[in-house]
Design a protein around this ligand. Structure first.
Ligand code: ATR
Length: 290
């Protein structure tokens, strides 16, 4: 790959940003598609975010991804907001069109594409049990409701946040079939009878001593488990595999939300399998170095 005078620049603003896997698979995608584009990680501390967004115009970046902790604040500095961003109040992708910056949120679409294309899971008329009521849960529940689920159960450690999420879904999508399950009651067996899809949008499972979200006895073979954690195998995924329950982890969503950003910037279909392959090659190279 050559960086030339004509190279088109994209990247990610985050703090920290060192852990980001997006440069790996976005650059792999640009190379595979023979595009003279590059994707660079930029560590942007919160007090510099406003200036960093200005730099997107100044340096004529084609666009950037926005990651933790900037997804909410960045919305203030954009010129145009996509409908999804207006609904969610967060953006993870900026597209620069002749100096006009439009904000998008690709998490919901990325999640749905991942569920459909990697999981072969059809959402229509399904009953969903969702853990969490933080940032990611808003995009994911919105996508699920729009994809036609029939019922949603929300379970969050802090019940007040579950109530806010429920209210958001009712107001934005006119969807009333939402029940809140208190966190301490999550393993009552009656709750699990007709569940089709379990989604974990919390960070639970990233640490060894984390609580167990779902007792193995409640996992059935006809269910599908989706855990958005991607940096390790969570106990939920381990239990699902043990009980022969189909499952996906967050790596799939990570790639698909990136694929949606790729398409917003380039106007081209993203080479999703190349992006995934680059991540597994990268992981192997890390393992080899250990
Ligand atoms: P994100 O933007 O990635 O969704 P977040 O907004 O900080 O991150 O939300 C994190 C989610 O993980 C929340 O639902 C949080 O529950 P609370 O609302 O009770 O804080 C959940 N979470 C984090 N650590 C948890 C733990 N140890 N047990 C249960 N839930 C936890």
């Amino acid at each position: 790959m050559f960086i030339t005078g004509e190279t088109i620049i994209t990247g990610v603003f985050g703090y920290p940003v060192r852990h980001s896997l997006s440069p790996v698979f976005q650059n792999a995608a640009f190379q595979y598609m023979n595009l003279n584009w590059v994707y660079i990680p930029f560590e942007v501390s919160p007090h510099n975010l406003k200036d960093a967004v200005k730099s997107v115009r100044i340096f004529s970046f084609k666009g950037v991804n926005i990651t933790i902790p900037h997804k909410k604040e960045v919305v203030e500095y954009l010129d145009v907001l996509d409908e999804e961003v207006k609904l969610l109040g967060v953006a993870n992708t900026i597209v620069n069109k002749n100096g006009c910056l439009t904000g998008y949120s690709t998490d919901g679409e990325g999640f749905l594409r991942s569920l459909k294309e990697d999981g072969n899971f059809i959402c229509e008329k399904k009953i969903v049990f969702l853990f969490g009521a933080g940032g990611s849960s808003f995009a994911i529940t919105g996508a699920l409701v729009r994809a036609g689920i029939s019922e949603l159960k929300i379970c969050n450690r802090t019940i007040e946040k579950a109530v806010i999420l429920k209210e958001h879904i009712r107001k934005c999508f006119n969807f009333e079939n939402v029940e809140i399950v208190p966190f301490e009651k999550r393993n009552d067996s009656g709750i699990w009878k007709n569940i089709d899809l379990i989604v974990n949008t919390t960070s639970v499972g990233m640490k060894d001593d984390d609580v167990v979200l779902v007792d193995e006895k409640n996992l059935k073979e006809n269910m599908f488990v989706y855990d958005i954690v991607y940096n390790r195998e969570t106990s939920l995924i381990t239990s699902a595999k043990k009980k022969n329950v189909k499952c996906l982890d967050g790596l799939s969503m990570l790639v698909f939300q990136g694929a949606v950003s790729f398409t917003l910037w380039t106007g081209l279909d993203a080479p999703v399998s190349v992006m995934k392959e680059s991540l597994s090659l990268y992981r192997k190279s890390l393992d080899a170095r250990r």
